[in-house]
Design a protein around this ligand. Structure first.
Ligand code: F6P
Length: 348
């Protein structure tokens, strides 16, 4: 006899590992707890519109290694939709859902925290390639994206060296520079620029000139999309168009930076924007395992009726983290960690 009806959704930007998490929640939910599982389509949008269908063992078969999300996703903010919360409550009632498992980043988990206060039983699972979610040491998706960045830097290094050029690599990371810092350390970048540590364009150019003077006639510069110049501020060319959660769509810093570097140093410079290649494709083994551990722990919380929590990784253990502690906070790169990266590029 089934004891609970569980709805699962994935919200915000997709990332590798989402399917592994869905698989774990559904598999343990059905096999161990005999729950009825439902897939909610396209994040909060599906819960508002009632776009929901049953998830069976068949639905989750063969998805572990696949990128994206079988449920679809969107950046819908239920608090910005007319009658959003009212409609969510109606859908929950209509389908008889006892619990919502929300897989997402700061926005999706933030909305889940507010919905819990409204009386909805929610459990959160953290994901984002940006790794900026508070309450967990890692989010899945991050490790895969770092591998993609590392490979890109390796490839840029050889062509940079052959042509004696500066290569600027723009990576994602809206508020936090984890991707640039980890990828940059792993790939041996000659400069890493992140949102947490505004940079001085003049010093950047001087650093590249110094390398040339020392006989290093090429450099790889990794820059986060959200990095800022100390005098100019944010360097972004894209329209100031905002999503439902009020985030501007960033992009363009790599192009602006490469032009400035070329102008100020006289060195030939090229830009590569990795964009959504960082979010697509198969998850690494690390991300598959983390997503699986998160999924299993989340359905255990459901079983214990422990709602209003997100699962998080702390000291390599999966622990419940109260959603109210995560709300409105970000995990940014601490200065001591950025200092580790700096050892290799002697910037300043
Ligand atoms: O939130 C994750 C993220 O990858 C950010 O780093 C980036 O700014 C954003 O998604 C881009 O998302 P989209 O193009 O899907 O709106």
């Amino acid at each position: 006899m089934s004891t609970k009806k569980i709805g699962i959704l994935t919200g915000g930007g997709d990332c590798p590992g989402l399917n592994a998490a869905i698989r774990a929640v559904v598999r343990k939910g059905i096999k161990f707890y005999n729950y009825e599982m439902f897939g909610i389509k396209n994040g909060w949008a599906g819960l508002i519109n009632g776009d929901i269908s049953p998830l069976t063992m068949d639905s989750i078969s063969g998805i572990l290694h696949k990128g994206g999300t079988i449920l679809g996703t969107s950046r819908t903010n239920p608090y910005k939709k007319e009658n959003g919360i009212e409609n969510i409550k109606k859908t929950i009632k209509k389908f008889g859902l006892d619990v919502i498992v929300a897989i997402g980043g700061e926005d999706t988990i933030g909305a889940a925290a507010k919905l819990f206060v409204e009386g909805i039983n929610v459990v959160g699972i953290p994901k984002t390639i940006d790794n900026d979610l508070f309450g967990t040491e890692y989010t899945f998706g991050f490790d895969t994206a770092v591998s993609i960045i590392t490979e890109a830097i390796d490839r840029l290094h050889t062509t940079a060296e052959s042509h004696h050029r500066i290569m600027v690599l723009e990576v994602m990371g809206r508020h936090a520079g984890w991707l640039a810092t980890y990828g940059g350390i792993a790939g041996g970048a000659d400069l890493i620029l992140i949102p947490e540590e505004p940079f001085d364009l003049e010093k950047v150019c001087q650093h590249l000139k110094n390398r040339h003077n020392k006989g290093k006639h090429f450099s790889v510069v990794v820059v986060s999309e959200g990095a800022k110049e100390i005098n100019i501020g944010k360097l972004s060319t894209t329209a100031k168009q905002k999503d439902d959660f009020g985030h501007e769509r960033l992009g363009g810093i790599g192009d602006i930076l490469s032009k400035e570097i070329e102008k100020n140093t006289g060195f030939e410079t090229r830009v590569t924007v990795l964009g959504h290649t960082q979010r697509g494709g198969s998850p690494t083994a690390f991300d598959r395992i983390l997503a699986t551990r998160f999924g299993l722990a989340a359905i255990d919380l459901v079983h214990e009726n422990k709602f209003g929590f997100m699962v998080g990784l702390q000291n390599n253990k999966i622990v419940p983290v109260p959603l109210k502690e995560v709300l409105g906070k970000l995990k940014t790169v601490p200065p001591e960690f950025y200092d580790l990266a700096k050892v290799f590029f002697e910037y300043d």
